[in-house]
Design a protein around this ligand. Structure first.
Ligand code: ATP
Length: 463
């Protein structure tokens, strides 16, 4: 069980830095707020999650195809989608300490109620009536809540004029709507079918930290699943199940997440039903993923704005209609964080001299562990290195593998435990005689002697 104590986030943030999962962005220049860089272990973990997702939801299915669209899109896309007019957060400033805070989060934390969807005026009233204190300096001296746009702007071309403004996409979803007809015409898919995409999104968010939970640049894995309106209820249930299966596949424990139904007044204007998959983060129970029934709002808006038809021809019933959409959406970085929290384990382990010591081990599901196998020669002696490198060459074609001959074997085990490597293979002096190696299991720490020629098969069975 992960220790859900107050300093769990500090422990995970420091392990992330120590072992190369995640570093603060632009660190040597004092950082850049809410940006983080993935290090050698982190990029493997993140790539494994994205690849597993793509296989699970795209390659293994006949009814979902993928795209990889440009991050920069014609600004008319964001006008039609409603983002230019409505994608903003109500922020409030503390006059005393100058902290800028999201008004909905302030209310949610202080009054334990959902404030999404409320007007800035209502939020200001509620904050004043309940005399909510500034979470930073504890004074009660707030400005009125005001709306701030969440989209990053930049300019295309040489002149920085308003007419050249373009936006960094705040979600990947719109590219699937804009390409609906292209995909339909190039694949001959029949409804129901989905278009999936993994990619970066950008939001100019004010955040209270919480590591990679909320960042200004992040990755999303989204599916727009196009359906006939009459089927929405059963397909909503179906996708809820698929999302739960995915969580099980990556090893998120059932007891650590729950489902929250959005209230009617919390729903986006286009959505008839939305649920959140919420994870019990150490800093609170918060959204990990979302599932929304978006009606035919998006395709309809793009049809109206672009003048291009978004209709689907249903040959069986000889009728045309604008498809409705179920949208399962997943944050990559929140998945990385949840898997790290779920995997983090402190436990007592025996030492070689018969005592016990505390070990930290990242018990990642083997599917997503950043490094699958570590090859560790017992010493740096030349003949052992040579043998160990032969073993490395044998295994590296099949599994993400690491070769490490620095430091004592104990320290190297500790390092691999903290990266979450499922199997450590040690090459010792006996290996030179018997052509066998010792495999150490990350979780049980049990050791087994295996012939080198049988090693790859042994590992294949174990994964
Ligand atoms: P929140 O309420 O936490 O701001 P949201 O409801 O705005 O999230 P969506 O617009 O539904 O989020 O985005 C889909 C998914 O993208 C979320 O479930 C989350 O996993 C991820 N996500 C959204 N915003 C961020 C962010 N700033 N940083 C990291 N991941 C994010």
């Amino acid at each position: 069980m992960p220790q859900r104590n107050d300093n769990l986030m500090d422990k995970i943030t420091s392990l992330a830095k120590r072992r190369g999962f995640v570093f603060p962005g632009s660190e040597i220049y004092g950082g850049l707020a809410n940006t983080w860089d993935y290090g050698p272990a982190g990029v493997e973990l993140k790539n494994n999650i994205k690849q597993a997702w793509w296989k699970f939801f795209v390659k293994d299915r006949e009814d979902v195809v993928g795209i990889d669209a440009a991050i920069l899109m014609n600004s008319k896309v964001w006008e039609a989608s409603g983002h230019v007019a409505g994608f903003n957060d109500a922020l409030i400033d503390c006059r005393a300490c100058k902290a800028r805070i999201r008004a909905d989060h302030l209310i949610e934390d202080a009054l334990n109620m959902k404030a999404e969807g409320m007007t800035p005026e209502d939020m200001t009233k509620l904050i004043n009536e309940n005399k909510i204190k500034c979470p930073v300096c504890e004074k009660i001296d707030f400005t009125e809540a005001r709306k701030f746009g969440l989209m990053f702007k930049t300019f295309q071309g040489v002149t920085e004029e308003d007419k050249n403004i373009i936006y960094l996409r705040p979600e990947t979803a719109q590219a699937m709507f804009v390409n609906f007809k292209n995909v339909l015409n190039s694949t001959n898919k029949k409804i129901p079918f989905g278009i999936a995409q993994i990619g970066k999104s950008f939001r100019n968010e004010i955040t209270p930290g919480n590591f990679i939970f909320r960042t200004v640049e992040f990755e999303q894995m989204e599916i727009e699943y196009f359906i006939n309106e009459k089927d929405w209820k059963k397909l909503f249930e179906y996708w809820q199940n698929e999302m739960a299966k995915w969580l099980e596949f990556i090893g998120i424990k059932k007891e650590n997440y729950s489902i929250r139904e959005h209230d009617q007044d919390e729903l986006s204007h286009y959505s008839k039903r939305t649920i959140d998959f919420e994870y019990d983060f150490p800093f609170g129970t918060k959204e990990l993923y979302g599932l929304a029934y978006r009606t035919n709002f998006d395709l309809m808006s793009h049809q109206n704005s672009s003048g291009q038809t978004m209709e689907y021809f249903d040959a069986e019933n000889n009728r045309k209609y604008i498809p409705h959409v179920i949208e399962p959406t997943f944050g990559v970085d929140r998945t990385v964080l949840a898997t790290m929290i779920d995997a983090y384990t402190e436990e007592e382990a025996p030492t070689s001299d018969g005592k016990t010591e505390m070990r930290v081990v990242m018990k990642f599901n083997k599917n997503i562990a950043p490094v699958k196998v570590a090859i560790l020669p017992l010493s740096k002696k030349e003949n052992l290195s040579k043998k160990a490198k032969e073993v490395f060459d044998l295994v590296k074609n099949e599994f993400t593998c690491q070769y490490d001959e620095s430091q004592s074997i104990g320290k190297r085990y500790r390092r691999q435990d903290e990266i979450g490597t499922p199997y450590c293979v040690t090459v010792d002096f006996e290996s030179l005689e018997d052509d066998a190696v010792t495999i150490r299991d990350r979780d049980s720490m049990k050791q087994e002697r295996v012939k080198i020629e049988e090693l790859v098969e042994w590992l294949k069975k174990a994964f």
